[in-house]
Design a binder for this molecule. Structure first.
Ligand code: GLV
Ligand code: GLV
Length: 355
């Protein structure tokens, strides 16, 4: 291969590799055993000639790395993630490196995890599982692990983009929840869906669902029973959920975070969980990954999973493919291929890459 493309991690599937190899690229996959690579590790990987890199959200892609990549002749970097708070796009631009991410292919998978955590939290599934395994079950009781019925309750979505809207649809369609959402932008398609679904329920003689776009985030916090966070992480969303905002939520509310850890002040959250035993959280992300703030692991009203929201086979293969296409597109001068439907077609039919 004429071009050298480095992937800082082994990624699922082989299509992403085949795609690059078929298009004049030599693919080098880092074999380092440690999970999180340092800037120095990555500089060594880039070496003296590197045309493009596929990297991970655990890596700090700033001035130092883009400068090194540029010196090695690199033109493209793709995060294998939709979020890119680990990437300094300004620095990349300064060094002439194009940046890609992998939206679209992870929307439904991520929304499904948020929905899973919502159900697990509302029905206390993890706690109940622990109870069974500990041999504590000695017979059915009217009070045993009583949780919340979602039907007719209100789901609150903060950040109603692709993932937030997909999650909202699942909770509305699946569990007939009412919707309140907060976003700087109007979620037009979501609004149309809820309106139509409400009419459908009414026509079937059922209670229709309702929806409302909140004019402030606090309205969502005060009114929703289940609140799911789907913003991007930047300066404006850092500690979006803090002590004060937690105190505005219902005492028995459920909070779900599958976005980025620092969107929530995790220390304040631990304190809130301690003070409010009926308040429950489902967390996929943490402020200081891979660590949890002290006390969080001891809280029975918290469900914690290790940043697996996009972890379905189809999605992870799609992310790898999309990341490869981002890098390839730039190296070969193709238009960036970030249409998830095309990726889906590619994954399903193994259709040839765009020429
Ligand atoms: C995962 O967290 C992603 O941003 O894709
Ligand atoms: C519970 O198992 C019931 O039958 O109500």
């Amino acid at each position: 291969g004429k071009y050298r493309v480095v992937s800082t991690k082994s990624m699922p599937g082989t299509r992403w590799i085949n795609l690059l190899v078929q298009q004049d690229c030599r693919v080098e996959i880092c074999t380092e055993k440690k999970t999180i690579l340092s800037v120095e590790d990555i500089i060594a990987l880039i070496g003296t000639k590197c045309d493009g890199v596929i990297g991970q959200l655990t890596e700090d892609w700033g001035e130092t790395l883009f400068s090194a990549l540029s010196k090695a002749g690199g033109k493209a970097f793709s995060n294998m993630a939709v979020g890119y708070n680990n990437v300094d796009v300004e620095a990349a631009t300064k060094y002439g490196v194009a940046v890609g991410n992998t939206p679209g292919v992870l929307t439904e998978t991520t929304a499904e995890l948020a929905a899973s955590l919502s159900l697990a939290a509302s029905r206390r599934i993890v706690e109940a599982d622990g109870f069974m395994r500990a041999g504590l079950y000695d017979g059915w009781l009217p009070h045993l692990f009583v949780g919340n019925l979602l039907k007719g309750q209100t789901v609150g979505v903060i950040g109603a983009g692709r993932i937030g809207s997909a999650y909202a649809r699942m909770m509305i369609e699946g569990f007939k929840m009412n919707l309140i959402y907060y976003d700087l932008y109007q979620a037009t398609r979501l609004e149309k869906f809820v309106t139509a679904y409400g009419q459908f329920l009414k026509a079937s003689g059922e209670e229709p669902v309702t929806w409302r776009r909140a004019s402030s985030m606090d309205e969502v916090l005060q009114q929703a029973d289940v609140i799911s966070l789907h913003p991007i992480l930047d300066k404006t969303t850092y500690h979006l959920i803090n002590k004060e905002r937690l105190s505005k939520m219902k005492k028995e509310a459920i909070l779900i975070n599958c976005s980025r850890g620092p969107v929530v002040d995790e220390e304040a959250l631990v304190e809130h969980l301690k003070q409010n035993p009926m308040f429950r959280v489902g967390l996929d992300v943490f402020e200081d990954e891979p660590y949890m703030k002290p006390g969080l692991a001891d809280m029975k009203n918290a469900i914690v999973v290790p940043h697996i929201a996009s972890a379905s086979k189809w999605t992870r293969e799609g992310m790898a493919t999309l990341a490869a296409l981002n890098v390839l597109g730039k190296i070969k001068g193709y238009p960036t291929w970030s249409n998830p439907n095309q990726v889906e077609a590619f994954l399903d039919e193994n259709s040839p890459p765009p020429a």
